[in-house]
Design a protein around this ligand. Sequence first.
Ligand code: SF4
Ligand code: SF4
Length: 218
Amino acid sequence: MTSEMHPFLAEVMTLRGGKDVLECYQCGTCSASCPALPDMAHGPRRLMYMLQNGMEQEVLSSPDIWRCVSCYSCMNRCPRGIEITVLFSELRRLAVQKGYVEDKEAEFGQAFTVTLAQHGRQFEPELLTRYYWRVRDVAGLLGMVPLGLKMLLKGKLPFKAESIQEPQVLQKAGVIPPKHTLPGGKWLERVVTLMSGVLGFVDALVKLVSRKKEAQHG
Ligand code: SF4
Ligand code: SF4
């Protein structure tokens, strides 16, 4: 590593799949193999060029890293053996970690990751609350309420987050990101707490009513 190396390039080279970024000689095989290229603004070849030039903002806010469908075509065909697919997965994680999020797919990915980091597994009511809050779509969130309630009452969704015993074990192993690296506004956290409180209250109410019914019939 030279002293002139751009800090972002140096960071990328420490990521999984990133150590050979400077080996890319822009042959374009990756972009020519990429089924998602029509939906991308740059494609993998140009993203590699941008990485080599330390263009953090442009790469991490690019929707392209979220349009990648992880098909491995580019990685299998790259003549320099660069692990492009693995690196793109790392770039998505880094984009979430650093708060570079520009489109709805990325917002959903971020909501998914944050919820996972809280509990070690998904909790759909929280995931949707985080997602719709981030995309500023209150109507969308309210539109999900009837279906959500139906599923909750039929037992298809849990009322409470079922956290794994030690989520920090997964965080240490790098499977899920540590909480302190995740962005999130305090208002969003208040809304999530309120939502969890309301669901907890409804859960207790439902259990109380069903216990009373059982007592009456028993
Ligand atoms: S196939 Fe490999 S060497 Fe060619 S442009 Fe893509 S990353 Fe670079
Ligand atoms: S892994 Fe991603 S970037 Fe590579 S070819 Fe497939 S969709 Fe394109």
